[in-house]
Design a protein around this ligand. Structure first.
Ligand SMILES: NC(=O)c1ccc[n+]([C@@H]2O[C@H](COP(=O)([O-])OP(=O)(O)OC[C@H]3O[C@@H](n4cnc5c(N)ncnc54)[C@H](OP(=O)(O)O)[C@@H]3O)[C@@H](O)[C@H]2O)c1
Length: 269
């Protein structure tokens, strides 16, 4: 999708940190927007950012099958499937799996992994029939590395990465493309997610945080270039490099990061 002028883009989690940036940047590129979020309050800020370029907006809980169906219905008939599906909505929590209430990590898996698969499953036939389309999956650098205290989040993001990679192979020659984006830590509300089983709240040190506007700009650029994998910030690129060539360094860095996050948490309290 090299030219986004008048293309319809469906963005999930549109009122969130990355979501709002996506609305602004897709709009600036000439796209029309179908927006969804779980709360009306979040959705309304996205709707305001979309202005005249809004096609439709819908409140839906994407952690349920019904919520996914509601979003698909809002897209309209099969001959009007969006040109781009952005699987952006996601949640996080920290803590060892058995310390996280089961309903919370099951909801996370539904939203972060099953919703992108459900939405893609519904929209793909129309895209393939039309011979054009793009699926943009917001995975994470946690889709490459098993990060301490993030087992369900990593499972969902590894899953999304595998899903996108396989889908891209399956869609070869159809005119439908897939881009997976793997941000590291970025300054968005997800950083305030619940933590379970820790004595001390952990806070990501400020120097590790990227600007969501930059992350989204790189994601859109990667999409335009039809890249399958996009590492949109410095730490994502470093992590990906170390995973392949020096994973032991990464483990050492992770221990330091945990200690820094505990210290930053003490200062923040
Ligand atoms: N920021 C980072 O450091 C980072 C790094 C790597 C990957 N990511 C990924 O980036 C994506 C966007 O996250 P973000 O950083 O922009 O965080 P965010 O600001 O918290 O955005 C997440 C969005 O998802 C929505 N959402 C939550 N539960 C939902 C549900 N059940 N159904 C539908 N929507 C729901 C949220 O709505 P409410 O705000 O109303 O709850 C919010 O608009 C996520 O997939 C996340 O995993 C983020």
């Amino acid at each position: 999708m090299t030219d986004l002028t008048n293309k319809t883009v469906l963005v999930t989690g549109a009122g969130g940190g990355f979501g709002l940036q996506m609305v602004r940047q897709f709009r600036a590129a000439g796209a029309k927007l179908v927006l969804t979020d779980v709360s009306d309050e979040a959705l309304q800020s996205a709707v305001a950012a979309a202005g005249d370029d809004l096609v439709a907006s819908v409140v839906a809980n994407l952690a349920t099958e019904q919520g996914c169906d509601t979003v698909i219905a809002a897209c309209g008939s099969r001959d009007r499937v969006p040109d781009v599906l952005v699987n952006n909505a996601g949640i996080a929590h920290a803590g060892r799996l058995d310390h996280v209430p089961r309903d919370q990590w099951e909801t996370l898996m539904q939203l972060n992994l099953l919703a992108p698969m459900r939405l893609t499953n519904s929209l793909l036939p129309g895209m393939v029939e039309r011979g054009s389309g793009h699926i943009l999956n917001v995975s994470s650098v946690a889709g490459w590395m098993g990060a301490k205290g993030m087992s369900s989040y990593c499972a969902s993001k590894f899953g999304l990465r595998g899903f996108g990679e396989t889908l891209a192979a399956d869609l070869d020659g159809t005119g439908v493309y897939v881009t997976n984006v793997y941000p590291s830590f970025s300054r968005t509300p997800i950083l305030d997610s619940p933590q379970h089983g820790y004595e001390q709240r952990r806070v990501v040190p400020d120097y590790l945080l990227s600007d969501p506007a930059d992350v989204v700009a790189r994601a859109l650029e990667g999409m335009r270039r039809r890249r399958l994998h996009v590492f949109p910030d410095k730490y994502a690129r470093i992590t990906h490099y170390l995973i392949r060539f020096a994973p032991w360094i990464l483990r050492r860095m992770e221990r330091r990061l945990q200690a820094a996050a505990i210290e930053a948490g003490k200062t923040a309290n």
